[in-house]
Design a protein around this ligand. Structure first.
Ligand SMILES: CC(C)(COP(=O)(O)OP(=O)(O)OC[C@H]1O[C@@H](n2cnc3c(N)ncnc32)[C@H](O)[C@@H]1OP(=O)(O)O)[C@@H](O)C(=O)NCCC(=O)NCCS
Length: 205
């Protein structure tokens, strides 16, 4: 699964990708061509080696451990740099996985992470977390709005997200970024391994 552009779609032209007349042609989008993108306060960009220490520290925060989906049990700065050079780089190039940095527009300093994953030809899921010092300034909602425009430029039509119903901050952030609940909450296993009510959200891009 990957971010895809069908022949002749405007994002392809915008990014200088040549059209093909071949019916059904699908082009994978290198997510690095769609980044960075910024609001007045926040930049969404590729994760860099200089973010490694702050990223690793952020993943140790109890709220992040409880609510965010972290593929590995723990992270060191060395491990983060290794991932940036391997899995994360591969994901950006192929358009299959976007492990991105949310940074302060003022100094480009790392605030947290936004991940685009489970990509289909029409939609993708997003997850996000902020380091404690990055919270309380609207950075997550702003980064989700940037992710919406990036997804639209990649040829997707919809972004999805899931959050526990008791994660009030996350629900408020998703709604501020335009996401709306889809159906009723369902019982599911959470990132920390417990069972909780999880609500699916979605938004058009
Ligand atoms: C979710 C998260 C990114 C939000 O950070 P943020 O963008 O700085 O959001 P804020 O702290 O400003 O909170 C957003 C809103 O929820 C409110 N809020 C936060 N915690 C709350 C609580 N426990 N009860 C009620 N309201 C709460 C805030 O007052 C704010 O309200 P506003 O929209 O009126 O300003 C951050 O808390 C985080 O990283 N949590 C851990 C990881 C996580 O939950 N990720 C989401 C997984 S889907």
């Amino acid at each position: 699964m990957s971010f895809t552009l069908r022949a002749g779609e405007s994002p392809a032209r915008r990014n200088g990708v040549s059209r093909t007349e071949e019916p059904g042609y699908v082009r994978r989008v290198d997510l690095r061509t769609l980044l960075p993108r910024s609001t007045d306060t926040v930049t969404l960009r590729a994760l860099e080696h200089r973010d490694a220490a702050a990223y690793a520290a952020g993943t140790a925060d109890p709220q992040v451990r409880r609510f965010a989906h972290l593929p590995e049990p723990s992270y060191t700065p060395e491990r983060v740099r290794e991932l940036i050079d391997t899995v994360i780089d591969d994901g950006l190039r192929s358009g299959t996985l976007g492990v991105l940095a949310v940074a302060a527009a003022v100094d480009d300093g790392f605030l947290g992470s936004l991940v685009v994953y489970d990509v289909t030809p029409s939609s993708a899921e997003v997850g996000f977390w902020l380091a404690p010092e990055g919270r309380g300034r609207g950075a997550a909602a702003a980064s989700l709005r940037l992710a919406r425009s990036m997804a639209g430029d990649a040829g997707l039509t919809r972004l999805r997200a899931r959050t526990m119903v008791d994660n009030v901050a996350s629900v408020r952030v998703l709604e501020a970024a335009g996401f709306r609940p889809q159906g009723a909450p369902v019982s599911d296993t959470t990132p920390s391994g417990r069972t909780a009510l999880v609500q699916e959200f979605a938004v058009g891009v």
